[in-house]
Design a protein around this ligand. Structure first.
Ligand code: SF4
Length: 87
């Protein structure tokens, strides 16, 4: 597998000057550099790129806020967001 194409813009992959814990480094190795298709953030972003969005009471800004905090392992949150999305 290859590095995730979102790594240049993903705040999980590039957290700037923030210290990276051993757990974060391990998640980056596992998901960002190897298995993006199972990353919760990747799945939500992919859905958005396919033209899906949240209905009127949820804005994309809100999705952005969810994504800021979402970790690659937050699959339940990803399923909830994707379940609310419409095209
Ligand atoms: S956290 Fe997910 S979306 Fe972000 S770079 Fe890693 S694999 Fe890609």
């Amino acid at each position: 597998m290859s590095r995730c194409e979102n790594s240049g813009t993903c705040t999980f992959f590039d957290s700037g000057t923030m210290a990276v814990s051993a757990e974060m480094a391990a998640l980056r190795d596992c998901y960002c550099r190897d298995d993006k298709e199972h990353c919760a953030r990747y799945l939500v972003k992919k859905r958005i790129s396919q033209g899906y969005f949240l209905p009127e009471d949820q804005s994309l800004d809100q999705v952005g806020r969810y994504l800021m905090d979402m970790r690659p392992t937050d699959h339940q949150m990803a399923r909830q967001l994707i379940g609310m999305m419409v095209q």
